[in-house]
Each structure stands twice: as structure tokens, then as C-alpha cells.
Design a protein around this ligand. Structure first.
Ligand code: AMP
Ligand code: MN
Ligand code: MN
Length: 322
């Protein structure tokens, strides 16, 4: 039995499901979660969908069908038949929800991160999949759930964002085939692109300008980096939840081996996003510094302040080069 069949069977048996995705959610996190929500609701299940911190829901995904169903962790029931974690590589990615996870009769982990820790009872993990959205599609097929325009739109949002608009190496033939099926199911491809890529706020546009002006180049490491401070957020009125694609702008610099973006959090700690410019894999570097992710896109959070977190990354990169 395939992983998709196993998850489909578990879902078919369940009455009450809690579904969630990771902190600092991205397009694949919310897209796969909302698609699963729509599928499960249509299948007659009682679904409690939530995110570890709903306040950080990125505004560019507000338009997705099913968004209105998302709950705060406090609103979850005491127990459930199945707890479904989507796009989470380990349990700490859904930290405030650990109690709900422990109280579930069955836990299910659906993910495509290569560093997934197989933390659930049922683990459907496929690092060759473009996105968790692709895995949710396979589960829906195995369960014979009907694909309507709503679920297709959520899956497409996950697919298009995790492949960087079909530009990354996970833009595989099967990713393109899924895109075709989703388009055929009624996705407004232009509308989704407009919502996700052409609806940024004026405050974030100005913040982007500040961050791009600060871009630095570290010659020996071929490192391109910039940073965003709490003061920048206050000055522009932008929020960190809006900054998911900021690093993609830094990624456009020719010749970079590693691209990094440092984001100062409210408590002074720093969230670091890493992307591979070329062949050097950033996943192992993120893991070394306490985080994780994919080979070409990874991240971590450090308790160091902004200045020292930049030093910490440079040191880690130098050690790897040495
Ligand atoms: P981001 O830079 O936040 O877009 O994250 C890029 C990738 O790294 C995503 O696949 C995340 O799931 C993963 N990632 C980011 N931060 C962490 C972390 N602290 N622990 C594990 N994985 C992470
Ligand atoms: Mn994700
Ligand atoms: Mn993903």
C-alpha cells in the first residue's frame, strides 16, 4: 500500500480531524492545509483546521478558499480521531499544538522535506515531491475525493509558490502535470498569480526598497545578504508575514553561492532564511545552526542579535569552505 493510500484510509475512517501546518506559514503550508480542509469538509468530516499562530497568516493568501475556517490553537477540541500535520519536518514546527497532537487517536505526517523526522504514527514523506500540495493531491486521488475549483486553487497556490513559479529544481514533470490537472479543474491561474505576486502593500514595497539598498556582498564566500530590523517594520508599517518573497529579490544577484536574509524578531532574536545561489546546499548549514529545510531553501532562528547572527553565519560558511 502506498503512503497516499494509507493516509486516505486513515482519513476515510476518521470522523473528527485536526489539520495544521508549520509556524511562519508559506504558500505550501497554507495551500496544502486549506486544500485538505476543503476535501475533508466535502467528505463530511468534522474538521478543525488551525495554524500555530494565526496572527502571522500571510496577507497574500487571504483570498484562498477555506481561509475562514482556520482556528486559533485555543479553539481546538480536547481530542480527535486524526491529527494531520502538513509540510512540517518535525514536531517543533507546530509547537503550540503539541498537546492536541498527543491527544489524537492517530497522528499523520504528510511532508516533502528531506530532513523530516517521521514524528507521527503514519508518515507519508516524499522528498521527491515538489510540494506538500502534490502529496495532498495524491491522497485525494487515493480517497476518490472530488477535485473542485476551491481545493484546486489551494493546491495550485502551494505548488506555484514552493516551485518558485516553476523555476526551482522541484519543478519536475509531475509538478507540471499536476499544474495542468489543477488548471483543468478550474483554477484561475492569472487571478492566483495576481493575488500572490502582484498584491503587495505599499508599506512592504517600501521595506523591500530599504532591504535591497542594504544588500551586501561577501566576496570570499560569494554570499549575498541583507536584513530587516524591527525599526524598519515600525518605520514602514510592514509586517514580517508579508516578507516571504523578499529573499527572492536577493536571489537575483548573479554569481551568488549563498543568499541570506536576516529578520529581527520582536524579542531581538533573528530568523534567517537561506537560499542556494548555485550548487552549494544550504540545508546542512541551516541544520548546523539549529534549523532545517530543503537543500536549496532552508532556515533557522538564532538567539543572537542581528550583528552577531551575521557573524555566526559567515563563520559557519567559512568552516564549511575550509
Ligand atoms: P523560509 O526561509 O522561512 O522560507 O524557509 C525555507 C525552508 O526552510 C522551508 O522549507 C522551511 O520549512 C524551512 N525552515 C525554515 N526555518 C526552519 C526551522 N527553524 N526549522 C526547520 N526548518 C525550517
Ligand atoms: Mn512550507
Ligand atoms: Mn513545502
Amino acid at each position: 500500500m502506498s503512503g497516499a493510500d494509507e493516509v486516505a484510509q486513515a482519513m476515510q475512517k476518521a470522523g473528527k480531524v485536526i489539520a495544521t501546518s508549520h509556524v511562519n506559514p508559506d504558500g505550501d503550508g497554507v495551500g496544502s492545509l486549506l486544500a485538505a480542509t476543503v476535501f475533508l469538509q466535502d467528505a463530511g468530516k468534522t474538521v478543525f483546521s488551525c495554524l500555530p499562530d494565526l496572527r502571522k497568516y500571510p496577507p497574500q493568501y487571504e483570498f484562498l478558499p477555506g481561509r475562514e475556517a482556520l482556528l486559533e490553537p485555543e479553539a481546538l477540541p480536547e481530542s480527535c480521531d486524526v491529527f494531520l500535520a502538513l509540510d512540517c519536518s518535525n514536531l517543533s514546527r507546530l509547537e503550540p499544538l503539541e498537546k492536541a497532537f498527543r491527544s489524537a487517536a492517530l497522528t499523520v505526517n504528510v511532508d516533502h522535506h528531506e530532513d523530516n523526522t517521521f514524528f507521527a504514527d503514519v508518515n507519508y514523506v516524499d522528498p521527491t515531491a515538489s510540494s506538500t500540495a502534490e502529496l495532498v493531491y495524491r491522497i485525494a486521488e487515493a480517497a476518490s475525493w472530488r477535485l473542485d475549483g476551491r481545493a484546486a486553487t489551494c493546491l495550485y497556490a502551494g505548488l506555484v509558490t514552493d516551485t518558485g513559479g516553476f523555476r526551482h529544481r522541484n519543478a519536475t514533470p509531475s509538478a507540471f502535470m499536476l499544474a495542468a490537472k489543477l488548471a483543468a479543474a478550474g483554477v484561475d491561474v492569472q487571478g492566483v498569480a495576481r493575488e500572490i505576486y502582484e498584491s503587495q502593500s505599499l508599506p512592504y514595497t517600501r521595506l523591500l526598497g530599504i532591504a535591497l539598498t542594504r544588500t551586501q556582498w561577501e566576496d570570499d564566500l560569494r554570499l549575498v545578504f541583507s536584513y530587516v530590523t524591527q525599526a524598519d517594520l515600525a518605520e514602514t508599517g510592514a509586517t514580517l508575514a508579508e516578507t516571504e518573497d523578499l529573499i527572492d529579490h536577493l536571489r537575483r544577484v548573479k554569481g551568488a553561492a549563498v543568499v541570506a536574509l536576516f529578520k529581527e524578531l520582536a524579542d531581538g532574536s533573528v530568523r534567517v532564511s537561506l537560499r542556494s545561489g548555485d550548487r552549494l546546499e544550504v540545508g546542512p548549514i541551516a541544520r548546523l545552526l539549529g534549523g532545517g529545510g530543503h537543500a536549496m531553501a532552508a532556515g533557522y532562528t538564532t538567539s543572537k542579535d542581528l550583528e552577531n547572527s551575521i557573524v555566526e553565519l559567515k563563520d559557519a560558511l567559512r568552516d564549511r569552505h575550509a
